[in-house]
Design a protein around this ligand. Structure first.
Ligand code: PA5
Length: 458
């Protein structure tokens, strides 16, 4: 087996530029403290995203849904936002890309993660209710964007299917709290569990992402298996410092925090697996919402190869020197099955180096070119190279990046599982819509909107 055909997943540190990151030895020395914290949080049940206690029950539930309920539907309409939507979208785009390709006839997943009126109207006027399952995902059960859509979609179902509307709803929400839970109880709706302490952005490998995956026929077992392989050592009882120190998530977290300490406050995630582009968006939310705290953090810059070579890459290479890069690709081999068509022999002379090559050979050549150019421009770069771009590898990557985010937050001394700053905008929007109470917000809004406008025409 040549190096190109092995299926190892590796992190490549050759261009990480530790030499420019003076904080890293001190951060590494904190493995003991971090291991103790991790062990404590896991044993207190506060990190189910790593310890996965819900997985046996979820596996049974998914198998059951897959066997009888999900096959009844051709369309799934997912209502959710943020961590309740981005994982599902990444999985869909990576492993069920058919919906974006010509001639699609199979299952379709529609994700409504915004409050665009035209989009909602279009979905409700075009989807056949009788073949549609509405999957409402909200951990809190109170998120205005999701619940706002739920009211209207529920109305639509009731109108279209007066007798059986309830059978077209599946709710994923907290077991006890929130409006959606009240709805589930009142109407006896079908639900899937979202365990305590499993926050939105850490929940992709739970019913949140795996129900849509099962619906689309994605290998969710391999996703869960890959995820568990990376997460399990971190969730093992009595985690030791040396185990944590040897775990790639800790190494990545040390690197990420050392970068911030060195003033590199933007992190490019360059995905050279085109169908995995949405994982960059999934990660951006995970990283930004977890780590943007107290004036600290690093701004995620999601990018996809090769498209962004012709877009934002100039800035990556020659803009402010405040960027590092996580470069995600898969090991390429000329033996790979789907390399696309072969270039014809009658090529113009200026392109004749392509003759006889397969279309699929462009991607690894361009990936190498960009990776090397970034390194030559002194951008610290960690390579995440996957043997195969399959569900198992995606599960491993998601666990790695989730654990890295958590550990980076702890190294920063912040809480990586809350998001207090985004609450203000939500309260102000509710106040603007006239929600009861919120008197202080209403007064602040009045003051803000009465300031003499700084508007100029353009
Ligand atoms: O990651 C998070 O915690 C958030 O992005 C939430 O997922 C998002 O705000 C939606 O929340 P909920 O699932 O409670 O509707």
């Amino acid at each position: 087996m040549t190096a190109g055909t092995t299926h190892k997943d590796v992190l490549d540190w050759a261009n990480a530029r530790w030499d420019r990151l003076p904080a890293h030895p001190g951060l590494r020395a904190r493995a003991d403290e971090m291991a103790q914290k991790l062990a404590g949080e896991v044993s207190a049940g506060r990190l189910p995203f790593l310890s996965l206690p819900f997985m046996p029950e979820l596996t049974a539930t998914l198998a059951e849904l897959e066997a009888g309920f999900l096959p009844r539907f051709t369309h799934m309409l997912l209502l959710g936002i943020g961590g309740s939507a981005l994982g599902a979208r990444a999985l869909q785009k990576a492993f069920a890309p058919g919906q974006d390709l010509p001639g699609h006839t199979g299952k379709s997943l529609w994700i409504l993660d915004n409050v665009d009126a035209a989009t909602l109207t279009a979905h409700l006027s075009r989807l056949p209710a009788a073949q549609t399952l509405v999957y409402v995902v909200s951990k809190s059960g109170d998120t205005i964007e999701t619940i706002g859509q739920y009211f209207l979609v529920k109305d639509w179902l009731r109108r279209e299917l007066p007798a059986g509307w309830k059978d077209h709803l599946l709710l994923n929400t907290d077991e006890k709290k929130g409006y959606l839970r009240q709805e589930a109880t009142q109407f006896g709706m079908r639900t899937v569990p979202v365990p305590d302490n499993l926050g939105g952005r850490y929940s992709a490998i739970s019913a949140v992402g795996l129900v849509p995956a099962a619906f689309l026929g994605i290998n969710w077992r391999a996703l869960a298996q890959g995820f568990a392989e990376v997460a399990a050592p971190l969730a093992a009882p009595g985690l030791e410092a040396k185990t944590l120190a040897g775990h790639p998530a800790f190494e990545l977290a040390v690197w990420a925090k050392a970068l911030m300490d060195a003033g590199m406050n933007e992190l490019i995630t360059f995905f050279y697996i085109p169908q995995w582009a949405s994982f960059a968006d999934w990660f951006a939310q995970l990283w930004a919402e977890s780590l943007g705290k107290n004036g600290q953090g690093s701004q995620p810059l999601p990018a996809v190869g090769v498209t962004d070579q012709h877009s934002v890459n100039q800035m990556f290479l020659d803009g402010p020197r405040n960027k590092a890069c996580l470069f995600v690709e898969r090991a390429f081999s000329p033996d790979d099955a789907d390399q696309g068509p072969i270039f014809p022999t009658d090529m113009p002379e200026s392109f004749n180096y392509l003759q006889g090559k397969r279309f699929g050979e462009l991607l690894p050549a361009e990936a190498l070119g960009t990776r090397m150019a970034l390194c030559k421009h002194q951008v610290p770069l960690a390579g995440l190279r996957l043997g195969r771009a399959n569900e198992h590898a995606a599960g491993k990557m998601m666990a790695l990046l989730g654990a890295t985010t958590l550990l980076t937050g702890w190294l920063m001394g912040i809480n990586p599982v809350d998001q207090p700053a985004v609450e203000l905008g939500k309260r102000l929007a509710k106040a603007r819509l006239g929600a009861a109470g919120l008197e202080a917000e209403k007064a602040e809004l009045a003051a803000f909107t009465s300031v003499a406008a700084g508007e100029r025409g353009f």
